[in-house]
Design a protein around this ligand. Structure first.
Ligand SMILES: [Zn+2]
Ligand SMILES: [Zn+2]
Length: 878
């Protein structure tokens, strides 16, 4: 036990910036963040969702990484061998896009630099900006084992990517196929279905005469690629044409199309006839395959019309659309044009309209993997929290389609496939191949790279050394927790589960916690275009890191998908930190004569025993909340305990005993309780607010070098203590009653109230014993009298079975007060009735914007609470 050195020197104000800047490097230097594979203690492991290497910290990162840090610090203190693996992602399309934009600003393209030159440029950009997010995570207090920092394109992880590709290929799960893909003509790459955003736009539905038939389309330019017409097999209107090949006069000569019958056609839509353009539409592609229709590609990868488009060759696809409509109109081939609002697919990165095109791509047949990932959740080997995501998980796994993994980018993992052009052979290999193993001629490597999610899908085990059998993977795999946003459940979580189960033969994580997404105070999603982005670094500067963390933790409600963050919340958290600091100052300035080794020696007061008991219960609640990922509950429980129980109640009571030098044993016991309860509270709070807790803890009597490696408080069931129970009910109950009345009747703190207590049975002993305390805390004069009767014009309070009369004559006009309360109750009741009726109307609830409905619900809850409060106030006067 160290002494009280520095205790008296605690500064008046808490200065977060100085404290944060001092402790983080100190913890890091002392190796507290480090975990070893051969540590015999039970393992606990989290791998960080890798942020983009060139990114910077946004609110989502701040929230998610705070929550992970809470868990890892708690487990570390709780005796686990806790490892948090950090790292970053190369973010293929996102990073390439940023660098290409930089080049564009210099009037250059990536082609000007060439493949090698461009990669060098990206790497330089990574070197310049790559450290930013790591520094920001440190600023946030993240206790990652930085020695183990990984990058998805580092040598080890690149080897893991190749190994995974080769194994899946050898297992027959990776194949190459001609397929219609979502193509971004701007980014010049294929996009996964998930990477295409849908947006409703106004367009035109053009009805074109097709010989004897008429059909509608929103993309007339693809008409040049038509190789068939399709009708529903049961559609009697067109039965006579099925199987025929029609010669159709068109804008560029005559075209030949075959009429096929296919159930994919909706006979109710348009004229019930669709043109089949297998080269430019996913549904048509499938119809074309089923009926053997040829593919004619009229739009190229650059978004311009190809030579196949005849006289339109070279035109931009949208320019061609206008031109072809005009030409068809001139030839009388258009029956009519109608305005039409429809969903358009956009590139999630650059918002260019996606063009469906046919090309050869690499795929993973994920269905067999998905079945196992679904089973892992069903069998409880992976727990999804909150449970609402289980249904989404199963739906996704059930309907999953082949995963297109090739991307036409330069920045990423090159696909480890080599082609022998002479023999038409493909070789997939762990090592680079130069010449064909069979004909010895030079080979050409596939120029595509892998989807970024392919490498991040290996993250939980590639970071632990896979494909090697390392001590780290043996100790820490499966990892304990994955914390992530629900928006990447399908992109990332599902793929890690599938690849982990297949390649490691075991799930990659036990618990998956989906955190909420953060919105601005108006409930809008934060986006740069809306200009409502809150920068977590600004918040840390303004309010301190602990207050920022505490605010984020407070809004991490598992069942709520989107939460709002407001300045008020941050201010409240900063006030909380200051409250704790001031409490510590008060304790530290009252330790004169205190002997830490002497303990309480059985001299504790009932209040000393009460606060210790409250702490015991708080420890149990906080532990349970954290184990269940109810982070907001852990925060509010701690807030309540520190603010209300410790500061507002216990410190006020303790002060009285501290100033009684004639009772040294009681004084020592109270000092001891003040110190030890605060010390334990700091340990309980440390994972949430690491900096301020360390700073105060170091100034208190403590065991060990740092709170970071001190024991997390253990939950216990408190011993029954009747005296404490009666103290809470009667003494604290009486003070609360007086304080509540004061608030409700709006009586200022300067007015001393005259209170008579009529005790029930032996309550008289308790009231008499603590009369002075009730007087001090309630700002009242107390008369305890078993024969007391209620004076005229007084308020009535009930405490346990005892009664309490507060004289109001001369302080409050009881008649006017009663009228005021009755009037306000009526007003609240009217509003409640009106709002309930409104919310009961289905047309309002279904049609009004969600935030308006939500506002009405909030209003209803507010008015109901107000009504209850006013009714309670009125009861005082009855
Ligand atoms: Zn794009
Ligand atoms: Zn060959």
């Amino acid at each position: 036990m160290s002494g009280l050195d520095g205790a008296m020197s605690i500064p008046d104000r808490y200065e977060p910036a100085a404290v944060e800047a001092r402790w983080y490097p100190e913890w890091d230097k002392r190796g507290y963040f480090q975990a070893e594979a051969d540590d015999p203690r039970p393992p606990y492991c989290i791998v960080i969702p890798p942020p983009n290497v060139t990114g910077s910290l946004h609110m989502g990162h701040a929230l998610n990484n705070t929550l992970q840090d809470v868990m890892i610090r708690m487990k570390r203190m709780d005796g686990f061998n806790a490892l948090w693996v950090p790292g970053t992602d190369h973010a293929g399309i996102a990073t390439q896009y940023v660098v290409e934009r930089q080049l564009a600003a210099e009037g250059k393209t990536k082609e000007d630099l060439g493949y090698e030159g461009f990669l060098a440029r990206v790497l330089r950009w990574k070197e310049e900006s790559g450290g930013t997010i790591i520094r920001q995570l440190k600023r946030l207090g993240c206790s990652c084992d930085w020695r183990r920092e990984r990058f998805t394109m580092d040598a080890g992880l690149s080897r893991a990517v190749r190994e995974a590709f080769v194994r899946l290929y050898d297992d027959g799960l990776i194949y190459r196929d001609d397929y219609i893909v979502n193509w971004c003509p701007r980014c010049r790459t294929v996009l996964a279905d998930l990477e295409v955003e849908r947006e409703d736009r106004d367009g035109e539905f053009v009805y074109i005469k097709y010989g004897p038939l008429t059909l509608g389309t929103v993309r007339p330019e693809t008409k040049l690629g038509d190789t068939g017409l399709a009708v529903h097999p049961d559609d009697d209107r067109y039965r006579q044409y099925v199987g025929q090949t029609l010669e159709i006069p068109s804008v560029d000569g005559t075209i030949r199309v075959k009429v096929v019958a296919d159930t994919a056609v909706d006979p109710e839509f348009g004229t019930g006839v669709i043109k089949v353009t297998p080269g430019h539409d996913p549904v048509d592609f499938e119809i074309g395959r089923r009926h053997g229709l040829p593919i004619r590609t009229v739009i190229g990868f650059d978004g311009r019309m190809t030579a196949e488009a005849g006289k339109y060759a070279g035109l931009d696809r949208f320019e061609c659309r206008k031109r072809i409509v005009a030409d068809m109109q001139a030839l009388g081939l258009i029956e009519r044009i109608e305005p039409y609002r429809h969903a358009v697919g956009l590139c999630y990165r650059c918002k260019t309209v996606v063009e469906p095109l046919v090309s050869k791509q690499w795929y993973v047949n994920v269905k067999p993997l998905a079945d196992k990932a679904a089973a892992a959740v069903t069998e409880g080997r992976i727990a999804l929290i909150p449970e609402t995501w289980v249904k989404v998980w199963h739906q996704w796994m059930e309907g999953i389609r082949p995963w297109c993994i090739s991307r036409q980018l330069w920045w990423g993992h090159r696909i480890p496939a080599w082609y022998c052009e002479t023999e038409g052979k493909v070789f997939v290999s762990r090592t680079d191949l130069a010449t064909c193993p069979s004909c010895r001629r030079p080979l050409r490597q596939d120029s595509d790279v892998l989807d970024t999610w392919f490498s991040s899908g290996l993250w939980p085990f590639s970071t632990l050394g896979w494909p090697d059998d390392t001590p780290e993977s043996r100790t820490f795999y499966p990892t304990s927790l994955l914390s992530t946003g629900y928006d990447i459940l399908r992109f990332w979580v599902a793929r890690m589960a599938m690849l982990g189960i297949h390649l490691m033969r075991e799930v990659p994580f036990r618990d998956v916690y989906f955190h909420t997404l953060i919105r601005d105070p108006e409930g809008q999603k934060m986006s740069k275009t809306r200009g409502n982005v809150v920068d977590p670094l600004d918040l840390m500067d303004k309010y301190g890191t602990d207050a920022t963390r505490f605010s984020l933790i407070s809004i991490a409600v598992p069942s709520v998908r989107d939460v709002r963050i407001s300045e008020e919340r941050l201010e409240a958290s900063r006030n909380f930190a200051n409250k704790l600091w001031n409490a510590a100052r008060l304790v530290l300035s009252n330790l004169e004569g205190y002997d830490p080794d002497a303990g309480a020696a059985g001299s504790e007061s009932v209040a000393d025993r009460w606060i210790r008991r409250r702490l015991t219960l708080t420890v149990a609640d906080v532990r349970q909340a954290l184990e269940k990922y109810r982070f907001n509950d852990a925060a509010s429980t701690l807030y309540q305990f520190v603010w209300s129980d410790y500061c507002d109640w216990y410190l006020e009571i303790a002060k009285r005993s501290l100033y009684r030098p004639e009772r040294p044993a009681a004084r020592q016991a109270t000092q001891h309780t003040l110190v030890t309860v605060l010390e334990e509270t700091l340990r309980l709070l440390h994972p949430l607010m690491p900096f301020i807790t360390e700073e105060i803890w170091q100034r208190l009597p403590h065991t060990g070098d740092s709170i970071m490696i001190a024991a997390y408080p253990k939950a216990a069931v408190p011993e029954p203590d009747v005296e404490v129970d009666r103290f809470v009910t009667l003494v604290m109950g009486a003070v609360s009653a007086i304080r509540t009345l004061r608030g409700e009747m709006r009586i200022g703190p300067g007015t001393t109230l005259d209170v008579r207590i009529k005790p029930h049975g032996d309550d008289v002993v308790v009231f008499t014993q603590h009369r002075a305390l009730i007087e001090a805390l309630g700002r009242a004069t107390i008369t305890v009298d078993a024969a007391a009767t209620r004076p005229k014009g007084s308020a009535l309070g009930v405490v346990g079975a005892s009664e309490l009369y507060v004289a109001l004559a001369g302080i409050v006009d009881v008649t006017a007060e009663r009228q005021r309360l009755e009037k306000e109750i009526k007003r609240a009741r009217d509003t409640i009735g009106f709002t309930r009726t409104k919310l009961g109307r289905p047309d309002f609830v279904e049609r009004a914007p969600a935030e308006i409905v939500e506002k009405e619900r909030e209003k209803l809850a507010e008015q109901e609470a107000l009504q209850a409060k006013l009714t309670a106030s009125l009861a005082w006067l009855d």
